[in-house]
Ligand binder design. Structure first.
Ligand SMILES: [Zn+2]
Length: 113
């Protein structure tokens, strides 16, 4: 489950921010997850709970914001929404798609006290 190492990466970012900004408790964490990133939101929630135990983010609420995937069709030259990495173009039905967005995962915001 690669969500575990991703969750550890998120915790790392939170702990860096805690050191820099001097907060001691995290209330809410907003995490953007692209639809084409391969990250399962449910697995992410589970792993986040596990890795934040005994950390500054213990008990924090995880809010996941799903970012839509986008791709560029080589056949018709259009940028289209994509629900899966190997999807087809909704305009021409082609499979020559280049993913252009929605593959990232990003820590968007922290609510701290
Ligand atoms: Zn197309």
């Amino acid at each position: 489950m690669h969500e575990m190492s991703l969750a550890e990466g998120v915790l790392q970012l939170i702990e860096d921010a805690a050191r820099k900004d001097g907060f001691t408790k995290v209330i809410t964490v907003w995490l953007e997850i692209g639809q084409l990133s391969g990250v399962e939101p449910e697995a992410m929630e589970f792993c986040f709970d596990a890795v934040t135990r005994d950390s500054v983010a213990q008990g924090a609420r995880l809010e996941i914001i799903a970012l839509p995937g986008t791709g560029w069709c080589m056949a018709c030259g259009k940028t289209v929404p994509m629900a899966e990495v190997f999807g087809e173009c909704p305009h021409c039905g082609g499979y020559q798609m280049q993913v252009t967005g929605g593959t990232e995962m990003r820590l968007k915001e922290l609510e701290v006290s």
